[in-house]
Write a protein that binds this ligand. Structure first.
Ligand SMILES: Cc1cc2nc3c(=O)[nH]c(=O)nc-3n(C[C@H](O)[C@H](O)[C@H](O)COP(=O)(O)OP(=O)(O)OC[C@H]3O[C@@H](n4cnc5c(N)ncnc54)[C@H](O)[C@@H]3O)c2cc1C
Length: 425
């Protein structure tokens, strides 16, 4: 049997990126995924602009570009049919380089990533479900599982990376998952066909009973994610019917979809938000959604997966240099990840609070609409290339509060939003 240095469980963005970074550093990697690619995944399919640099570094961006993907200029945010704005991404700090975001089906993104992994010599084993870890002397030293034909397999290595997503096997096996307050939310998603999709923006609309993210993902195709509290589903017998009805009940969404029609059966993800305790054993690292998930509103999951894969690969490389795979040695990864992302997580939580408070939400969105500089900074932070402390700061909130008393006439950002709606109307 072939021997490997690292096992990666899962071939989503987190697992593929980790495998690519490690293979590039010369490690023998085996990637195990229970699915066969291409496979689909419930997602807003809108990728932070900051992800481009990592995808380019991994040699995947050119493959993506070859499929002429949709590129968005910015984000449109609106609330409760009252107010909204559309704002372009500001240029990368200290440059004039315009920023855009990729918006492409996960069916394609994940396939292109796994193909790249295979090209770099990683052993990709599809249809291989990991069912347990091999633990010796307080350290994970391998995995066991079954392939699609029920044949058992076992691999032993120095480090196992669990990139198995929100249902990652280590979360159950080591009881690492904690429900968050957002866990009562459910996301429903489907692609729609429409003649005139919003072309330049990902449209986030907050409304009762929840919010939608609408992003074009191809010619005449948009992806519509609806996030609602599970209580809204009480008494509902047909999830698909509820989703279509709720999306179309809202006049603004109807306008955005421009008589579009849902093109597939709706898919759902339950108990959206959760936290994850770091493992207590050596030899194990959690990357991507397996390390926790807040809420898709700020749409950073794919970037976070790619960037945390990069950090994890660097730390694993250091561990191989020192021949130390203990919990202490690997904990450097969690510390670095937390240092880099904790303000962005805080922002996501603040936005969570805001979107479920209609008067406050309207007020903030109206204020941002009239202060395009602040709106652009926020969008750059959401896009993961402006540091989150530019928004999570007393200075930003103080200015927001002061600006909320201004009663200027409509700004360019509001006009842009209205123009976009008119084009669709
Ligand atoms: C409703 C919704 C909307 C979202 N919208 C956006 C968005 O617009 N932009 C964005 O950036 N992010 C978004 N996200 C987040 C994004 O989808 C995730 O952050 C991202 O998919 C995480 O990637 P991953 O590789 O960690 O996990 P996944 O993509 O879930 O991949 C995990 C892989 O592991 C495999 N696997 C699992 N268990 C095992 C096992 N035991 N053995 C073998 N294989 C296994 C699975 O088959 C799967 O292929 C959204 C999430 C949701 C729920």
């Amino acid at each position: 049997m072939d021997s490997y240095d690292v096992i990666v469980i899962g071939g989503g963005p987190a697992g593929s990126a980790t495998a690519l970074f490690l293979a590039r550093s010369g490690y023998k990697v085996v990637l195990l995924d229970q699915s066969r690619f291409p496979r689909d995944k419930v997602c807003g399919e809108f990728i932070s602009p900051a992800a481009d640099a990592i995808l380019e570094d991994l040699g995947v961006l050119s493959e993506i570009e070859a499929h002429s993907p949709v590129r968005l200029n910015g984000v449109a945010i609106s609330s409760y049919e009252m107010t909204g704005f559309a704002v372009d991404y500001p240029p990368l700090p200290r440059t004039t380089r315009p920023m855009t975001s990729l918006s492409l089906p996960r069916f394609l993104l994940d396939r292109l990533m796994i193909e790249r992994v295979r090209q770099t010599g990683v052993a990709v084993k599809e249809g291989h479900k990991v069912t347990d870890f091999i633990v010796e002397e307080g350290r994970v030293v391998g995995v066991r599982g079954r392939d699609n034909s029920k044949t058992p397999f076992e691999f032993r290595v120095d480090v196992v990376v669990d990139a198995g997503g929100r249902n990652g096997i280590s979360l159950r096996r080591f009881d690492l998952k904690k429900k968050s307050r957002g866990s009562s939310k459910i996301a429903l998603a489907a692609h729609w066909t429409t003649q005139h999709p919003l072309k330049k923006y990902c449209a986030m609309h907050v409304s009762d009973p929840g919010y939608t993210g609408i992003a074009p993902t191809g010619e005449n195709q948009v992806n519509v994610v609806l996030v609602v509290d599970k209580k809204s589903l009480q008494g509902e017998k047909d999830l698909h019917d509820f989703y279509v009805r709720t999306v179309l009940k809202n006049p603004l969404r109807r306008k955005l979809l421009d008589q579009g029609e849902v093109a597939e059966k709706v898919r759902s993800v339950d108990s959206l938000g959760f936290f994850v305790r770091p493992p207590t054993l050596g030899g194990l690292v959690l990357v991507g959604d397996a390390s926790g998930f807040i809420d898709p509103f700020t749409g950073e999951g794919i970037y976070l997966s790619l960037r945390s894969a990069e950090i994890a690969a660097q730390v694993i490389d250091d561990c191989f240099m020192k021949k130390d795979f203990s919990r202490n040695a690997l904990a450097v990864y969690e510390r670095r990840r937390k240092r880099e992302f904790h303000k962005k997580f805080l922002l996501s939580k603040i936005l969570q609070y805001l979107i479920y408070n209609p008067p406050l939400c309207n007020r903030v969105i109206q204020t941002l609409a009239r202060n395009p500089d602040q709106a652009a900074t926020l969008v750059g932070v959401i896009g993961d290339y402006i540091p989150a402390d530019k928004v999570v700061s007393l200075k930003f909130f103080g200015r927001l509060l002061a600006n909320s008393f201004r009663t200027d006439s409509r700004t360019l950002a509001e006009k842009k939003w209205n123009q976009d709606l008119e084009q669709n109307g």
